[in-house]
Design a protein around this ligand. Structure first.
Ligand code: GLU
Length: 516
C-alpha cells in the first residue's frame, strides 16, 4: 500500500465555504477515486482569531450534499488522526525544535510596536513590501542577534516569542507544479514566516507541511492563491528532512467573475443575483455582523447538476461532452486537463445543467416537490397522478420549486382566464365545439384517458372545425393560461369528468367575443 494516492482537502473553518472551495474538494476527490486512493478532510483551525463557530459543520454538510464523502475526516476518524489541527497541538513542537536545532529557524521576541516601527522605517526608505527577512532580521530582537544567554533568559522568564523560519538569503527555490510546470522563486521574495507562537500553536505553514507529511499525503491539490506559499513549504520539507517524500503540487486556476474581471466574490453573487456558496448559512461578515450566505441547494439546484457544472469550471474532458455523473467524472478526470487560466463563472450554464438533470429524473423522483405543497393545502391526489404531472412539467422548468407554480392548475381549477387569449380566440364556433366535447365526455363517464383525445378529434371533425382554431381556448378553459404543457397530456391527467366540468365552468363564465 506504499504507493497509495492520498489527497486532502484542508479548509479553515472561518465561515461559509465558497464554491471555489467545493471545486478544490471535488478535484481532490475525483483524483483520489480515479487512482483508487484516499480523500481526506482535515480541518485547519490553528488560527483561533479567525475561527467561526458552526463553520466546520457547514463544511461537512456542504460536502455531504455535494456527494463528496471523505474516507478519513474528523468525524469518521482514520489511521492518521486526529484530523482537526487544534487537536494535534502536541505534535508540532518536536518538529519546530528540529528546525531550531539545525539553525533553520530562530526565536524572535519583537513586540508589536517594534514590528510596526520596522515596517515604518522600511516604508520611509521606499521599500515596496517591508518584510521580516534575511536583511531585516539582523536588526531585530531575535536569537540571531541576541546572545545565547539573553535568549535563554528571555525564554525562561516567559517573554512572548515566535519561532520564525530562517529563509536562506540567496537561493533559487524550484518546484514542479502539475498544472503550471516548473515554478522558480528567489528566496529574497520570501519572508521569515512565523511557524509557531509562544502558546505552542503552530501557524498554517508549519501545521500544513507537518500534517501532509504525517498523513502521508501524496498530492496537494489546492487553489492558486496558495502558489506563493509553495516555495516556503518546499523549504520546510527540505529542512525537516522530508524532501524525498514531498507531495506533488497542483495549483488550481481561479474562479473568475462572469466578465472575467477578477476573482469571483460573494459581492458578485449578491449583485448579479446568484449564489456563490454550495448551501445557505449565516456567519459573521467582515464587520462581525451576521451575514446571510445564499446557497445553490436552497436555490433549487440538484447536487449532481451542481457538481457537473463545477467540474467543468477549470477542467475539461477533451471532448464536447458536457454531461457527467460523479462516476463518469471519476472515470474521465485527469490533472493534465486542468487549465492554467482562470475559469469564468456562468450562472446560465449552471441553470442549463440543472434543467438537463431535472429532465433526466423520472416523475416518481420529483413528486416530493409537489406533495409537500399538496399536503400543506390539504388537497387529495394520488402518487401516480403526481408522478404523471411531474413528467409533463419537468421539461418546462429549470428548478424543482417551479413545478408547483407551473402545475398549480392541475390541483386548483382556474380562478381567472387569460384575457389576451380570450379576446382573440373565444368565439361562437369554439364554444360550440367545447360544449359538444364536454357533453360527450359526460355521456361516457368511463372513458379512458386516451379516449378523451379521440373524442375531441371526433367532435372537431363532426363540426368541421380545425384543431388550431380551438386548441388555445380549450387550454384556457382547462388551465386559465395561454401556454403550458401538452394539452392531450393535461386532459389525460385531469380525466374526462374534470375536463368536462372545467369546460362547463369556462363556458358559463367567459362571455363570447364577437369576431370581427
Ligand atoms: N487551510 C488552507 C485553506 O484554508 C489550506 C490550504 C492548502 O490546501 O494547503 O485553504
Amino acid at each position: 500500500m506504499n504507493n497509495e494516492v492520498r489527497v486532502r482537502f484542508a479548509p479553515s473553518p472561518t465561515g461559509a465555504l465558497h464554491i471555489g472551495g467545493i471545486r478544490t474538494a471535488l478535484y481532490n476527490y475525483l483524483f483520489a477515486k480515479k487512482n483508487n486512493g484516499k480523500f481526506i478532510l482535515r480541518i485547519e483551525d490553528t488560527d483561533r482569531s479567525r475561527f467561526v463557530s458552526g463553520a466546520e459543520e457547514y463544511i461537512s454538510e456542504a460536502l455531504s450534499w455535494s456527494g463528496i464523502e471523505p474516507d478519513e475526516s474528523p468525524s469518521k476518524g482514520g489511521e492518521f488522526g486526529p484530523y482537526k489541527q487544534s487537536e494535534r497541538k502536541g505534535i508540532y513542537s518536536k518538529h519546530v525544535q528540529r528546525l531550531l536545532d539545525d539553525d533553520n529557524a530562530y526565536y524572535a521576541f519583537d513586540t508589536p510596536e517594534e514590528l510596526t516601527a520596522m515596517r515604518e522605517r522600511l516604508q520611509a526608505a521606499k521599500v515596496d513590501s517591508p518584510q521580516y527577512n534575511g536583511i531585516t532580521r539582523m536588526q531585530m530582537q531575535n536569537s540571531l542577534t541576541l546572545s545565547k544567554d539573553e535568549v535563554s533568559k528571555r525564554l525562561e522568564s516567559g517573554d512572548p516569542y515566535v519561532v520564525r523560519l530562517k529563509v536562506p538569503v540567496k537561493e533559487e527555490i524550484r518546484l514542479k507544479d502539475m498544472v503550471r510546470g516548473w515554478v522558480m522563486v528567489h528566496s529574497s521574495a520570501i519572508d521569515d514566516k512565523v511557524l509557531m507562537k509562544s502558546d505552542g500553536m503552530p501557524t498554517y505553514h508549519l501545521a500544513n507541511v507537518v500534517d501532509d507529511h504525517l498523513m502521508k499525503i501524496t498530492h496537494v491539490i489546492r487553489g492558486e492563491e496558495w502558489l506563493p506559499s509553495a516555495p516556503l513549504h518546499v523549504l520546510l520539507y527540505r529542512y525537516l528532512g522530508w524532501e524525498d517524500s514531498m507531495p506533488q503540487f497542483a495549483h488550481l486556476p481561479l474562479l473568475l467573475k462572469p466578465n472575467g474581471n477578477g476573482k469571483l466574490s460573494k459581492r458578485d453573487g449578491d449583485k448579479l443575483g446568484f449564489p456563490v456558496f454550495p448551501i445557505s448559512g449565516q456567519f459573521p461578515g467582515k464587520d462581525g455582523a451576521p451575514e446571510l450566505f445564499s446557497g445553490f441547494r436552497e436555490a433549487g439546484y440538484l447536487a449532481d447538476a451542481f457538481i457537473n457544472f463545477l467540474a467543468l469550471l477549470g477542467w475539461n474532458p477533451g471532448t464536447d461532452e458536457e454531461l457527467f455523473s460523479m462516476s463518469e467524472l471519476i472515470e474521465a478526470f485527469s490533472i493534465e486537463r486542468i487549465g492554467k487560466s482562470g475559469a469564468k463563472f456562468d450562472i446560465d450554464k449552471a441553470k442549463w445543467f440543472n434543467q438537463q438533470y431535472l429532465k433526466s429524473r423520472s416523475g416518481d423522483e420529483l413528486t416530493g416537490h409537489l406533495s409537500k405543497h399538496i399536503k400543506a393545502e390539504h388537497i387529495q391526489y394520488n402518487e401516480e397522478k403526481l408522478s404523471q404531472i411531474c413528467d409533463v412539467l419537468k421539461e418546462r422548468v429549470e428548478f424543482p420549486q417551479e413545478l408547483w407554480v407551473e402545475g398549480l392548475f392541475f390541483f386548483v381549477r382556474p380562478q381567472e382566464y387569460d384575457e389576451k387569449v380570450i379576446s382573440k380566440k373565444w368565439n361562437e364556433a369554439v364554444v360550440q365545439v367545447l360544449t359538444k366535447f364536454a357533453e360527450r365526455l359526460n355521456k361516457l363517464p368511463n372513458v379512458t384517458a386516451d379516449q378523451v383525445k379521440d373524442i375531441f378529434f371526433l367532435v372537431l371533425e363532426e363540426l368541421g372545425v380545425k384543431m388550431g382554431q380551438v386548441m388555445q381556448s380549450l387550454r384556457i378553459a382547462l388551465t386559465g393560461k395561454g401556454s403550458g404543457p401538452d394539452l392531450m397530456a393535461v386532459m389525460s391527467i385531469l380525466g374526462p369528468a374534470e375536463t368536462a366540468e372545467r369546460i362547463k365552468i369556462a363556458i358559463d363564465n367567459i362571455p363570447i367575443k364577437i369576431e370581427q
